[in-house]
Design a protein around this ligand. Structure first.
Ligand SMILES: [Zn+2]
Ligand SMILES: [Zn+2]
Length: 161
């Protein structure tokens, strides 16, 4: 799923909120921690990676995605910023960190949950669907390579420690 797909799925879900506000999604790799005035939603998502240096491909069942959301009621403008934590190749020394790629199905689920969070945090509505824990579709065996996980390096990865 490309960044365009993220925008497309986000826009179609946001339209179904049926609110007089318009919502936009921004990619922001500078998000570090909870910010005053912003709601927060953090989720681990199964993702695939591909090294732009050697072409090596790998997958990780827990890739941290951090969403911050805010509604400017006077301008009817809602903003969601997302940071998708990256990983780098274990075989290339000093390889660049690569963006995670998420499946259509997982992206739909993440966006559905994000919309519930927006209703709760920005419209003070309780979601009418019972809160289900997010079930990862696939769990990978094998060690988590903390040295190649950007979230581990930043100290916020749920698999670190
Ligand atoms: Zn590589
Ligand atoms: Zn990690």
């Amino acid at each position: 799923m490309s960044d365009q797909d993220w925008h497309r799925v986000f826009n179609s879900k946001a339209a179904k909120l049926n609110k007089p506000d318009s919502w936009k999604l921004l990619f922001d790799d500078t998000i570090e921690a909870t910010e005053a005035g912003w709601g927060e939603y953090i989720r681990s998502v199964f993702s695939r990676f591909s090294c732009s240096c050697c072409g090596h491909k790998w997958a990780s069942s827990k890739v941290q995605m951090v969403f911050h959301m805010r509604l400017d009621t006077s301008n009817h403008q809602g903003t969601v910023r997302v940071r998708r934590y990256r990983q780098n190749c274990k075989t290339c020394p000093g390889a660049a960190f690569e963006k995670p790629t998420v499946s259509t199905m997982d992206l739909e689920k993440v966006m559905d949950k994000l919309m519930e969070k927006i209703l709760v945090k920005c419209y003070q509505e309780e979601s009418n669907t019972p809160s289900r824990p997010f079930q990862p579709e696939r769990v990978l065996k094998g060690p988590h390579l903390s040295g190649h996980c950007e979230a581990c390096i930043k100290g916020i990865c749920t698999l670190s420690g």
